[in-house]
Design a protein around this ligand. Structure first.
Ligand SMILES: NC(=O)c1ccc[n+]([C@@H]2O[C@H](COP(=O)([O-])OP(=O)(O)OC[C@H]3O[C@@H](n4cnc5c(N)ncnc54)[C@H](OP(=O)(O)O)[C@@H]3O)[C@@H](O)[C@H]2O)c1
Length: 263
């Protein structure tokens, strides 16, 4: 069946309150150089306001450069993460304040537990993030690299605004998590979204579009809660990625890419 779909909504309201563009910017290759320093304000000018970082990216340089360029801009929604190399509660507590310092922010808009630690129940790792939310150092709570069970357990303690898991044409087994996020209005952020985009080549040729745009458009069509964060330091690539919000795919295209909704 070939059905002309309508274009996907171009924004999502994080936590039901903060309007964000459904293409964000991944920053795990941001350095202290001219290209990196230029791409961050360029993103805001284009309307890309979700800036995704983590304390481990480029050894803290990503957070620092974001702090020096865009973090204080009222248009920016800064998301960072801690706990990739271990999520003992005291380690997360220290990581939150170190990220606030590098970013130059009193309050981090969205703070993710980067990865559950098998040595600690997720309830313990999340506890310092709940405290930071209570005293205003963190506005929204996110989880990354989680299973549906871990997400459900944390949601019984506090609202979760975002989940960030690997999701791309080579790893698309996130239907249970995406459907759960959609039911609860939680933003689902696919990381490494462009991996495997060669498979979109034929569809891209038919549409006269870039294959990365096609993959991003398919993700946007998968569910209104999906917000990909392709990383780029190239302004043309950023503009092209943003063009995915204006690209309309058919349900046949989505099925061919194995990104069609199964629910
Ligand atoms: N939560 C986690 O555990 C986790 C793990 C990994 C990554 N992440 C996040 O996910 C983000 C996104 O991952 P990613 O794989 O997209 O980022 P990435 O590691 O920055 O790689 C993206 C690659 O695609 C290129 N690219 C981007 N747009 C393009 C376009 N339109 N045309 C051609 N090439 C293009 C980029 O090069 P150019 O710079 O030349 O455009 C870069 O080589 C990361 O930045 C990070 O924030 C999260």
């Amino acid at each position: 069946m070939t059905t002309a779909d309508t274009a996907s909504p171009s924004t999502f309201k994080l936590g039901g309150e903060i309007e964000i563009c459904r293409i964000g910017l991944g920053t795990n290759r941001i350095q202290n150089d001219a290209a990196s320093r230029a791409i961050l304000p360029a993103a805001l000018e284009l309307g890309v306001n979700l800036i995704d970082t983590a304390d481990i990216y480029t050894g803290g340089v990503s957070e620092r450069v974001i702090g020096e360029t865009v973090a204080s801009d009222p248009r920016a929604l800064i998301a960072t993460k801690g706990g990739y190399h271990g999520a003992a509660p005291e380690r997360i507590a220290a990581a939150i304040d170190a990220s606030r310092s590098r970013l130059g922010l009193e309050t981090i808009d969205l703070y993710y537990l980067h990865r559950p630690d098998p040595d600690f129940p997720i309830e313990q790792s999340i506890d310092p993030i709940l405290s930071a939310k209570q005293d205003g150092r963190v506005h929204h709570i996110g989880l990354s690299n989680v299973t549906l069970d871990q997400l459900d357990r944390v949601r019984s303690l506090a609202p979760v605004a975002a989940v960030q898991n690997r999701y791309n044409l080579d790893n698309s087994d996130q239907d249970d998590v995406i459907d759960y996020c959609e039911r609860h209005a939680i933003m689902f952020v696919p990381y490494f979204p462009l991996r495997g985009s060669e498979r979109a080549k034929k569809i891209a040729e038919r549409l006269g579009a870039d294959r990365n745009q096609v993959v991003l458009a398919a993700m946007l069509a998968r569910s209104p809660v999906v917000v990909p964060i392709p990383g780029t330091r190239n302004p043309q690539h950023l503009q092209s990625n943003l063009g995915a919000t204006r690209l309309t795919l058919t349900s046949d295209d989505l099925e061919a890419l194995s990104l069609a909704s199964k629910s």
